[in-house]
Structure formats: C-alpha cells, structure tokens
Design a protein around this ligand. Structure first.
Ligand code: PSU
Ligand code: MN
Length: 305
C-alpha cells in the first residue's frame, strides 16, 4: 500500500470508528472560482460535521495522498495555479512523480476505498458528453462507479452532458442509480428532469443497506445516489438550456477538448448566469454532504456493515 496522510480529524475518526464522508477536490480547483471554492469546501465540511460525521477532503499534495486536509492545505490548494486534475489514469503517476493534483470523482473513489471510506459527496458526476459519438468523451467516473465500492451522492450528472446517454452507460455498467425521494432523475442545477429514475429510495438507511447487500453478494462497484437540488436554489431547465447551448458552441469554436471541457463549460455558465449557477452549485453540494453523512452513519449502524 502507498502511504496515506490522514488529517488529524480523520485520524481521530478512524480511531474512534466515527462515520466518514469523502469529499473531492477537483470541484475546488477546477469547478469553482476562488474564493468561493475554499468557502464552499469549508461549508461542506461543516455540513458533514453538523450531520454527525467526519469530512475527509481528498487530494494529492507533493506526491502524498491526503485523506482529510488541514485548513491551511485546503486554503493553499484553493489558490494554487496549475494543479493537475486527477482521474484513474493519472493519479498514480502524480503520486510517483511527487506532483500535486486535485481528485475527480473517479480518483476520489479510489482514494476513499483505499482509506476504508464507503460514502462520498460531490456536486455532479462526469458522464457522456454531448457529441460523444464523435469525440468518444465519456468520463472515467462512470467506469469507476462500476468497479469501486463507494456510494457517491451527487445531484445528478452535470446538465452540460448528454444525460440520457450517461444513464444508459451506467445501466450497461451495472451501476445502481437511486433517486432520493422522487420518481424522476434530478439534473444538477434543476431538481427534475424528464427521465424516470431507475431506482427510488426515501431514506439514508435503505441506501446504506443496498450498498451493503451489493457488496455481500460479491457484486463489484458502488452506487450513484441522485439527490435533487433544494427547490429554492434550483435553476429551471428552460432557463439553462440556451446558456448551456451557448457555452457548448463556444467550447467547440475554441477547440476545447479532453479534461478542459468540463471546467471550461462550468466557468462560462457561471459568467453567462451572472454567478447564479455557482449559487446553485454550492447549495446542491451542501445538500449532498448532509445526505452522505446520514448514509455513512447508517452504514456504521448496520449489523452487517
Ligand atoms: N461536481 C461539481 N463540479 C465539478 C465536478 C463535480 O459540482 O467540477 C468535477 C468532478 O471532479 C468530476 C469532474 O469528476 O467534474 C468531471 O470531469 P470530466 O467531465 O472531465 O470527467
Ligand atoms: Mn472527459
């Protein structure tokens, strides 16, 4: 095993057996502007604590895998330039070469699993990009969900993606997609989409039990919980549609590709909505952190967990 640097708080939680919730860092370095990125990361950690669990924000700093960041490290990462965006393909290389990188959903799942953490909260997972039939751009997040046993709480896949194709791929890969408390899938900035949810659960305890059952059946992989953004924070899909189209057109015109696509689109949508997309993004991540904490606590209470 590679060495893992735990924060003081996470190390204490591991000793006492407290429930842990993993948090990613790409949303900090590539998903939100400074200083809202650091402020949000702190709020999300506090939301996990207020719900009775312990937050473990994950990143690679100077070649060392950190599970839980001290306050100063979080601050530094939030302001650092040229931080790598790490997924399954490049995480080990970053560690081996002493680099610094923020972990995407895929890389955070890998790290959480290495650290024995079963639940992870993020904003929106990556997925199948629009036009993927030509670009082949499908996020590694989907394949990670198929193989790493971590329950990921998100607000759906980001609405910049091709949502029907994203959920088709998840089904093909055998990933349970569970809408929390509603019959349709949420769509990140919007609470509802027109896609029926493959599965629906209304309690954290059931979600925890479903993951435990999966693992005890020898089924590989995690599950995706799609938790709708709180209604008072949502942006209706009709409002976003032209904004997303414009951002996508600009990305195509400027030849933005590969890892740069998602950060570019999120940044342009932030500008085109005068910051409203960021306010919604912050609200949905915090909402996901609270649910993830409840699931983590329920997993700890289960006799088989
Ligand atoms: N959720 C957010 N903002 C983000 C992300 C998630 O609210 O920026 C990040 C996650 O790290 C996710 C990544 O894994 O976006 C997807 O990147 P890509 O589409 O390049 O796979
Ligand atoms: Mn991609």
């Amino acid at each position: 095993m590679i060495p893992i640097q735990y924060s003081r708080e996470v190390a204490a939680a591991r000793q006492s057996g407290a429930a842990l919730v993993a948090l990613e860092s790409t949303i900090i370095t590539h998903g939100m502007p400074f200083p809202q990125n650091v402020e949000t990361a702190r709020l999300v950690e506090d939301d996990v604590r207020a719900a009775g669990a312990v937050p473990a924000t994950i990143a690679v700093l100077d070649g060392l895998l950190h599970v839980g960041l001290e306050d100063a490290q979080l601050d530094q990462l939030g302001q650092a330039q040229n931080v790598a965006k790490l997924s399954r393909a490049d995480m080990a290389a970053c560690i081996a070469t002493g680099g610094t990188g923020a972990t995407t959903v895929a890389a955070t799942m890998i790290a959480a699993h290495l650290a024995g953490i079963h639940v992870f909260a993020t904003g929106g997972i990556g997925g199948v990009h629009r036009g993927a039939e030509l670009s082949f751009d499908i996020s590694a997040d989907l394949h990670e969900l198929a193989q790493t046993p971590v329950t990921v709480v998100c607000a759906g896949a980001k609405a910049i993606l091709d949502l029907p194709k994203t959920f088709e791929v998840l089904e093909t890969l055998g990933v349970p997609v569970i809408a929390f408390g509603q019959d349709v899938l949420p769509a990140f900035w919007s609470a509802q989409s027109d896609m029926p949810a493959p599965l629906r659960m209304d309690s954290a305890a059931l979600i925890a039990q479903a993951q435990i059952t999966r693992t005890s059946m020898g089924l590989r992989g995690g599950q995706l919980v799609a938790n709708p953004i709180p209604l008072d924070a949502e942006i209706p899909a009709e409002t976003l549609r032209p904004v997303i189209t414009q951002a996508l057109d600009e990305a195509a015109a400027q030849g933005i590709s590969a890892k740069a696509v998602t950060p570019f689109l999120l940044g342009r949508i932030f500008e085109l909505t005068q910051g409203r997309s960021l306010t919604a993004n912050i609200a949905l991540v915090r909402n996901n952190a609270r649910l993830a904490a409840q699931i983590a606590i329920a997993m700890g209470k289960s006799p088989t967990g």
